[in-house]
Design a protein around this ligand. Structure first.
Ligand SMILES: Cc1ncc(COP(=O)(O)O)c(C=O)c1O
Length: 385
């Protein structure tokens, strides 16, 4: 029997073990060490644009540190893209602040500049602006950065970039993760590269990098004994995990190319299908790593829903998954303010993430195409004989 095809699985390059082995040889298994420094330099070089990077135990931890460093707490509001994974919003609750969710626009599925403008104008009128705006590059698709930067600058509100899914994506040639006052990356197991678990805080300010490392290593003041004037966190990445990251950085460009090949495969597969739209860059300013290729199913045209397709694929041993359920629809955030219309709700209703791992080859594409063909006979696919 064929193994299950999963949505997105880790894909090692081969050299990860070399770096881990070195950490064992040096007996530098404990946190920090050469791999942590090396991984940070690799990321700084890759991202460019004057980036300074501190690697953390998770992307969520990096976002928490960013909010702490902006001195956000109870009584403050933070605006956040509604259409995202819960980890974009949870740190707002960790610091005791109140999230306000903003709808998406239809081109990139990311935070809508007009809805953001409306929300900021509302809060300006009420006399208290949010302490930060969290924008996300969903599924690797860059958000509309020019418009968003201009709106945030107009109100003087710091922008935090959740680039957890977008390492390797660019907007007008500039890497995602280098636009915001601070940005975060994730190296969770399902991401474009992984350290089994891990993340990073990216900033152009070397002092913020230093401060995040200080806070993320239990906020120890300079003294021979243990002296603390701040609340600290245990958020640094281990030297072993960072070794995996160094090996993964060597193959990042290949991983981006493979994910983009998956997107082309789906775009071609569905090109003649009325009612199925494959998520694609709106124009050449946007370059997505296509971390997960997603489709929208219009049941009025296809005669089936995205859930029908998901179940059919599952029945054939192929995993797909509905898009992120917007945060303003989540029970845990019930009663939270929301600005926008129904774009994110409709995306959630009709959207499906397709298997997108960089380790999918021609055989897996064939299985996926054949499974879909049992429900959508007009897909552009002829079985090989
Ligand atoms: C959009 C988004 N934000 C934040 C995170 C959190 O990253 P981590 O799992 O490394 O904490 C993830 C992924 O897990 C994500 O997809």
């Amino acid at each position: 029997m064929n193994p299950k095809i999963l949505l997105s699985t880790p894909h090692m390059g081969g050299n990860e073990l070399k770096y881990i082995h070195q950490a064992f040889t040096d007996n530098w298994v404990a946190p920090l060490g050469a791999n942590v420094n090396g991984f940070e330099s690799d990321l700084e070089e890759y991202l460019g644009n004057g980036s300074h990077v501190a690697v953390t135990s998770a992307g969520t931890a990096a976002l928490h540190l960013a909010l702490v460093m902006l001195d956000i707490g109870p009584g403050d509001e933070v605006f956040c893209q509604s259409m995202t994974f819960a980890a974009s919003a949870n740190p707002i609750a960790y610091v005791g602040a109140t999230p306000v969710f903003i709808d998406s626009e239809k081109d990139t599925w990311n935070i809508c500049p007009e809805a953001l403008q409306e929300a900021l104008a509302d809060r300006a009128k009420k006399g208290k602006l949010p302490k930060a705006v969290i924008i996300v590059h969903l599924y690797g698709m860059p958000a509309k950065m020019d418009e968003l930067i201009s709106v945030c600058n107009e109100y003087g509100v710091p922008m935090l970039e959740d680039a957890a899914e977008a390492l390797g994506s660019t907007y007008k040639g500039v890497k995602c993760g280098t636009f915001g006052q601070m940005a975060i990356l994730s190296f969770n197991g399902n991401k474009i590269i992984t350290t089994s678990g891990g993340g990073a805080l990216v900033t152009k300010d070397p002092l913020l990098k230093k401060k995040s490392i200080f806070l993320g290593t239990q906020a120890r003041d300079a003294a021979a004994h243990y002296e603390h004037t701040h609340i600290g966190y245990n958020y640094r990445l281990s030297n072993i995990s960072a070794g995996i990251g160094r090996g993964q950085m060597e193959v990042l460009d290949e991983r981006v190319a493979a994910r983009r090949r998956n997107q082309s495969f789906y775009a071609n597969l569905f090109k003649d299908v009325d009612g199925i739209e494959v998520f694609t860059e709106p124009d050449e300013d946007f370059f997505s790593n296509h971390w997960l290729t997603s489709i929208l199913v219009d049941p009025a045209k296809t005669g089936f829903t995205r859930e029908d397709l998901r179940l059919r694929m599952l029945n054939k041993g192929i995993e797909s998954r509905p898009l992120w359920k917007p945060m303003h629809m989540q029970p845990v955030f019930r009663g939270t303010d929301f600005f926008g219309s129904s774009v994110s709700e409709e995306l959630f209703r009709d959207g499906l993430c397709m298997p997108s791992g960089s380790n999918l080859g021609a055989a897996e594409h064939e299985r996926i195409a054949e499974a879909i063909q049992t429900m959508v006979p007009e897909v552009a696919w002829s079985p090989s004989v």
